[in-house]
Design a protein. Structure first.
Length: 243
């Protein structure tokens, strides 16, 4: 097996005395793991930071063998790791993607969305410019993995306007009139997800609560639940940033 591709670094796990197992997202071949010799060296640590774009070369005798990976830096986002909010966003996005996606299955829409979101964070560290897109990325990931929310019409009446809630069980939208009397049992559907537009502080909090519920229920369960701690840190920082 020989593969060469640009990839977004998602995670690095120490392996052996000096090496590391790197998980990186390519556009055409999905999530690709590989062993990098000297991953913890002074030279490679800044290259293998989460969010960086590298040119990777994977080599293995068979498809089932963990490939040896060599990397060349294409674009560094190392500077963002010194910005608390941007660093928290990158930590969450890369940890979520690494934990959620199966290996070697292409998800070009997710790759492009992650790349675009990382570019937005890099261009404007202020959360108001990208926080809504982060929630939409979480929705896209749920949809790509088969757990998409139905936000097009009310699950009770079929109407397509005045959608204000989502059923935590069916993951389908509920109109304001159909939800009367049951509001506390439902999740709020913020307007920026229902009809578009920017997300203010309250709407962003509702959006994060909505996607967080379904991520925890459908994807980040059992051994894959560790990234939720990174999400909690990000949510707290976002609340302060857009309050």
């Amino acid at each position: 097996m020989h593969r060469v591709a640009e990839a977004i670094i998602l995670s690095v796990r120490p392996h052996g005395e000096h090496g590391g197992v790197v998980r990186a997202l390519t556009r055409a071949d999905g999530l690709q793991p590989g062993y990098v010799r000297g991953a913890r060296s002074r030279h490679l640590r800044p290259v293998l930071m989460a969010g960086n774009v590298v040119r990777g070369e994977w080599r293995a005798r068979t498809e089932d063998q963990l490939a040896a990976l060599t990397v060349e830096l294409v674009h560094s986002r190392a500077g963002l790791h010194g910005e608390p909010l941007a660093a928290a966003a990158i930590e969450w996005l890369t940890a979520l993607t690494a934990a959620a996606l199966p290996e070697a299955q292409p998800y070009p829409r997710l790759h492009d969305a992650l790349d675009g979101l990382l570019r937005a964070i890099e261009a404007a560290p202020a959360a108001r410019n990208w926080a809504g897109a982060l929630v939409r990325f979480e929705l896209l990931l749920l949809a790509e993995l088969g757990f998409g929310l139905d936000l097009e019409a009310c699950v009770v009446t079929g109407q397509t306007d005045d959608l204000a809630y989502v059923s935590p069980r069916s993951a389908a939208a509920v109109s304001r009139s159909a939800a009367s009397g049951y509001e506390r049992q439902l999740l709020a559907l913020p307007a920026f997800l229902a009809t578009g537009g920017p997300a203010d502080g309250a709407a962003l909090a509702d959006g994060l609560a909505l996607t967080g519920h379904f991520l925890a229920r459908a994807i980040l369960t059992d051994r894959r639940a560790a990234p939720l701690a990174a999400r909690e840190r990000l949510v707290e920082r976002l609340k302060r940033a857009v309050a």
